[in-house]
Structure formats: C-alpha cells, structure tokens
Design a protein around this ligand. Structure first.
Ligand code: ADP
Ligand code: MG
Length: 699
C-alpha cells in the first residue's frame, strides 16, 4: 500500500532539501498534505491577451503591443514612460526604477507582452511596473497559460514561482495518493460538494474559464468544501478542550435544593431594593446547576449593558462562600474593580462576610495584610484587577473565579487564568461575563469551549436612551444642553476620546476639555477622571459624582465599562466617529440606568467617512446590544469584534466566520457526533487543519 499523503515528506519533491523544507515549515507547511492545503489567496488571469481598448481602471490583464515611444520624465519623481500600441489603442507603461538594460528592451519598435493592473495615469491608462517580455521576432511567441495563475500567501524571501512549481509537483501525487476524505458523507452529499482531491486540484489550478469572481468571493463549492472541513476541525478542537476541562475535578458547591434554603442567600435577596428579573433568575439557576457538579464550570454570561450581570455573579460567589470556599471577582480596569469592590462590600458586609481588594499598585504593608488574610481564609471574596492572579497571591480555598467584562480573553487566557487557581487537584469554577454580545453563530465558533447563558431582559423601568448625532460645529448647543440638564438636577458625562492609542494624550485632552467646560459652565461643579489618576483619586472622584456633588463628569474611556450612576442621564461623546460600535454601545450604557429619560449625544468632527456615518446611524437607530453587535460584525468583520487575541486564536486559513456563517449552522452537533462515533477521524481532521497548534487531548 502506498504511503498516505500526510505521511509524504516534503523532501520527496524534486529540489526540496533540508533548507527549503525548513522555509516551507515556516509557512506552516509540514508535509505534502500541508502543501496542498496551502491555498492561493487570489488568482491572475494570464490565459488570454486583452486588447488595449478593453482595459478599464483596475483591470489586471495580459496585453501585447508595439513600443511607440520611450522617454524619461523628470517630474516630481523621475520615471520612464513607455507607450505601446495595438490595433485597438494605446497604453502607458511607467517605471520608477529602471536600468539601462531595461531601457534597451523597451526601445520603440519592440513588440512586448505585459502583465499588470491598469490605473489612471498622467497620459491616460497606465500600468506601473508591469511584468514584461520582449517578443522576439525570430522566436515563436511563448504560449499563454492554460490555467489561472495562483498567488499564494508567502513570507519574505520566498518566490511565488518557486511555490507554484512545488505545488504543481505535489499535485501530481494526488492521483496516486488521494487525500483521505474526512468530511462525513452526509454533509458532502447534502451540500453537493466536490471530492477533496478534485477540490484541491481545482483551487490550485483553475481552468481558464473558471468563474474568477466566484473564486475571489470565496464562495466556490470547492472553497466551501474546504471551509466547512476547517470549521468542523475548529469545532472539534473546541470540543476537545471542553472535554479536557470536563474531565478535571472541581469542588462541587452545595446542590441547588440544599442551598436554595440557606438563610444567607435569602437574607441577601431580602436586603436588595429590587427583585431579580426572570432572566437573572434563569441564568442564576443555570450557574447553580453547574456549580454543584464535580467538574469545573466554564460559563459565559452575556447580557446587554445594565442587564444586571453583577447580581448574578454575586449570587454565584455567595454560593461558593456558603459552601465553605472563597471566590474571586476580577475586572479589567481598576476603576471597575473599585466599583465592584464598593458594591459587593455594600451587599456582603451586612451578611457578616469579608470582601477584600487587591490591585497591582498595592504595595507594602497593605498588600501583605490582604495576602495574609486571604491565605488564612478570612477574606471570603477578593475583588480586583488581574493582580488577583499574580505570583504570591494564594487563596486558602478558591472555588469560583468571576471574570467581568473580559470578552477579549481568548480560550488559552481563560485556561491559564483558571489554572492559576488550582489548589491540589481541584480547579475553580469559572464565570466569564460580557456585555459585548457576540452574534450567535460567532459565539458558537469562538466560545465553543464555554457554555453560554444570556440575560435577555433589562430590569423594569429602564428608559431607552435617545441618541443624537451632531457635528462639532454645534458644540455650543451641546454645552447648553448639559447646562440645562444639570440645572434640572440631572447629571452628565462628557467623554473625551482620541484617535491615537495614547493614554497620555487622551488624559491631556480630557484635562483641556474639563478646563473649557468649567469656564463655559461656571455654575456647575465639574469632576475629571482619567486613567493616569491614582486608584484612590479615581475612586474619590467617582464617589463624589455618585453622591451628586459633581454634576458633570469629564472622563476618558476609562468609564467605558461597568460605571453605574443611575442619576446620570446625559452623555456626550466627543469624536464619536473614531470609536467602534461596541465601544460606543458600552459607553452609552452608562446612562439610561435611572427612571428619567436619557440622552446620548454623539459629537463628530466632519467630514464623516462612509463607515463613520454608518456606525453613528446604527447607534441612533437601536439600543439593542445584539443588533449593534450584528451590525458591527457586518461593518468590521469578526476579527475586530472579538479583539486581536481572539482572532489570533481562531486562525482560520480558509473559512471566514463572516462569509461562511451559514456553514456554522449545524456544525456543533456534527462535531460531537464525529467525536463520539469516529474519534480517529476527528483526530485526523485536527491534525490536518490545526497541525501542532492544538493541545491534543486524550479522547
Ligand atoms: P451590567 O449587566 O451592565 O453589569 P449591573 O450589574 O451593573 O449591569 O447592573 C446595572 C444596575 O441595575 C445596577 O445599579 C444594579 O444594581 C441594578 N439592577 C440589577 N438587577 C436589577 C433588578 N433586577 N432590578 C432593578 N435593578 C437592578
Ligand atoms: Mg457590569
């Protein structure tokens, strides 16, 4: 029996030695199969000669013509302009770099064949730096390509031509070593997909009459076949991660029936000025169910801003505490961590529980004291930033980790975080909360290792926020609106944003804005909070605002997440066009928390780009975080939406979560079935698509 394609070494190919093999490995290509799965990014059509008259701006084509003139131009940039002619018209060829030898080849009278992209130039259509060949009258005209020319993703120092030759050689192995069909037959038939070998052959060497537009859109059946297989492999990877974590041990927290009558929890609920919403109750029950199991919970709670995620998390913490363990509550920023600390302390201390607080900036005695109390089990719930998981932080008996507003954490960060909490052979349960709703299909793909709960209801009495969009030329009106609202007893935020990713500049802008507003609004008390204030200073400003002593709070985007001041009902966002939809939605979520009608004014600096206009329009039209997220996905694609870390982790080679959404529909159950019924095929799929990137689990 002949070797399997995936067992054929690259060195089987003519001309591939150790050095080239290593270079290929740097492209992620390990073996013959890997080479054949390294698909073109796009194609060039060199199968026919186009007439010069048929060229349009943007056409990329092979053309032929006789050189009629060749002149060096000394404009802004020195260039060689060559004009060629065929029976239908003229075309300019422009070279900014050229040698004497090239100039000789481009002399008038010579017949050329060129390839390149036509663009508008000084003399009409021009091709900058075309590839060209002189058609020597004494020799036969070289043949055109029979098939479309693939363009591969390559790294520096690798030649397209070289890779093309290698792939061509590899393709000749396809007939004798057909790649194993790993896609379940049912799927293949249902979608009427081509065979794998045919698909690969087609994609590397499409025939001259292939539908180039379809190929470039990525929707050709041959591409969709591979995309589906890749997505299936990705699901499998996630399922394995999940199985792995399910096979680990966690401390089971009190079963639902027993715990539901613990007096501590009843006392807590009775102490609240409101009743949990139905959605909060449902999600809490889902969490409680997980917590009583002997393997670690990994649950994501999604809920729009203001849906009351903190309460749900607090009840989970209480469950850990009543079961005799500790809980940790982590927030992404100090400001938010501080808010949670105040809030949870306010909720839990009357119950006789100790809430602790730890940030990276805490040093010396204060820090030592917290650590000692934590290790002794005196602190029941520790709140803070990621400092909670630094070296030297040892819990006595951690059973639950809550991670708030951290949708940007990828799978591996999540696991790392959880692993830090390991005590003996037990892993803590983990609850991740996010207000950035991820559209369902995307969530299934990106968070397949998590169970998902959705709080799909806002507490009663919430007022929808009315959103206005104004150019900064009308800033005076905006200032008047602030004056008016504040004099009526309401409070307002003024958020400063900057395009540069510089916190320092953003803080500076906020300082300047605060000064201007203090002058324009002398009758108001104006507070200022930004990322460069010390934690205690930030906390003091927030507290003063919360107490109503500041009427206007000028802030940077540090207030993006979690800040909760119900009396604030007006928000101004400067340079709103510079922010993404998710961020705008987060910011806007700071208002509309009380019972008065709330407003959000998005101030932009004209002119607006098309995307900018579209984004602001979405904000004006909807308050629904899920719609915002869906639009965000449409406008920006999944990478941006999930954050760079997340995309790095998805690392899809062929599939595109946005384009191929429909393929995701039934994938999870299919992956599950595959894993249960034919685990060896599942392993092969993973090996083919994820290579050594996946942490293999024992199935
Ligand atoms: P988010 O989901 O954005 O984190 P929070 O947990 O900060 O929302 O809750 C927003 C506000 O709603 C807080 O002031 C909180 O106390 C309040 N809240 C939470 N649950 C309810 C409820 N069931 N009824 C009324 N108010 C609630
Ligand atoms: Mg929150």
């Amino acid at each position: 029996m002949s070797a399997l394609l995936q067992n054929l070494a690259l060195t089987e190919l003519k001309g591939v030695g150790k050095a080239l093999e290593e270079k290929l490995q740097r492209l992620g290509i390990q073996d013959m199969q890997g080479l054949l799965f390294h698909l073109p990014l796009r194609y060039e059509d060199r199968t026919k000669v186009s007439s010069l008259a048929s060229l349009r701006v943007g056409s990329t084509a092979v053309v032929e013509g006789e050189v009629v003139s060749s002149q060096v131009h000394l404009g802004r940039r020195r260039s060689l302009l060559v004009r060629i002619r065929d029976a239908t018209g003229l075309l300019g060829l422009r070279f900014f770099h050229f040698s004497a030898a090239m100039k000789r080849q481009l002399e008038p009278g010579n017949q050329l064949r060129c390839y390149g992209e036509a663009r508008p130039g000084a003399t009409g259509l021009e091709i900058y730096h075309p590839e060209f060949k002189v058609l020597n009258q004494n020799l036969a005209v070289p043949e055109l390509e029979q098939r479309l020319t693939p363009v591969y993703p390559i790294t520096e120092g690798f030649q397209q031509q070289r890779l093309r030759q290698l792939v061509e050689q590899a393709l000749s192995y396809l007939a004798s070593h057909p790649p194993t069909e790993l896609l379940p037959l049912a799927i293949q038939q249902e979608q009427a997909f081509p065979h794998l070998a045919d698909a690969l052959y087609y994609l590397h060497q499409p025939p001259a009459d292939a539908d180039l537009a379809l190929l470039e859109s990525g929707l050709h059946p041959a591409q969709r076949r591979l995309a589906l297989e890749e997505l299936l492999a990705q699901q499998l990877g996630m399922l394995l991660l999940r199985q792995q974590s399910r096979s680990q041990a966690a401390c089971p927290l009190l079963p639902y029936e027993v715990a539901s009558d613990t007096s501590l929890e009843e006392r807590f609920l009775a102490s609240l000025p409101f009743k949990p919403t139905k959605a909060q109750e449902r999600v809490t029950a889902e969490i409680f169910y997980d917590l009583q199991l002997a393997h670690p919970m990994l649950r994501l709670v999604q809920g729009d801003v203001g849906s009351g995620k903190t309460l749900v998390a607090a009840r989970a913490c209480l469950r850990a505490i009543t079961s005799g363990y500790q809980a940790a509550f982590m927030a992404p920023t100090e400001l938010l961590a501080e808010q949670h600390f105040q809030n949870l302390k306010h909720w839990f201390e009357p119950l006789g529980l100790n809430v602790g607080w730890l940030t990276g900036r805490m040093k010396g005695k204060a820090r030592e004291e917290v650590l000692a109390r934590l290790a002794a089990g005196e602190i029941h719930l520790l709140t803070g930033t990621h400092a909670l998981f630094q070296e030297g932080v040892n819990f006595q008996s951690l059973a639950l980790v809550v991670v708030d507003e951290q949708h940007r954490f990828g799978v591996h960060q999540r696991l790392a975080l959880r692993d830090k909490g390991v005590k003996g052979e037990f892993l803590p349960h983990q609850l991740v909360m996010t207000a950035t709703p991820i559209p369902r299909t995307l969530a299934m793909s990106a968070y397949a290792d998590l169970d998902i709960s959705v709080i799909d209801e806002l507490p009663p009495g919430r007022q929808p926020v009315t959103t206005l969009v104004l150019p900064d030329t009308r800033r005076n009106e905006v200032v008047e609106r602030v004056r008016h609202a504040c004099l009526e007893g309401r409070q307002a935020y003024w958020v400063c944003t900057l395009i540069e990713e510089s916190e320092a500049l953003e803080c500076q802008a906020a300082e300047v804005t605060a000064e201007e507003l203090r002058q324009a609004l002398p009758e108001l008390k104006v507070g200022l909070v930004h990322g460069r204030l010390k934690a205690a200073e930030k906390a003091a400003v927030m507290e003063t605002f919360k107490q109503g002593e500041y009427q206007l709070l000028v802030a940077t985007t540090v207030i993006e997440v979690g800040v909760d001041v119900p009396n604030a009902s007006l928000m101004i966002i400067d340079n709103a066009e510079r922010l993404g939809l998710a961020q705008l939605h987060q910011l806007r979520g700071r208002v509309g928390r009380g019972s008065t009608a709330s407003f959000c004014v998005l101030v932009y600096h004209p002119p607006l780009s098309a995307h900018g206009r579209e984004r602001l329009q979405v904000m004006r039209e909807t308050n629904d975080g899920f719609i915002v997220a869906q639009k965000d996905l449409e406008i920006r694609g999944p990478g941006e939406l999930l954050g760079t870390r997340q995309t790095g982790e998805i690392e899809l080679r062929i599939a595109d979560l946005k384009r191929d959404t429909d393929l995701l529909a039934n994938l999870k159950p299919q992956a599950q079935k595959l894993l249960e019924e034919t685990p060896e095929i599942a392993q092969q799929l993973l090996a083919r698509w994820r290579g050594d990137k996946v942490r293999f689990a024992q199935v």
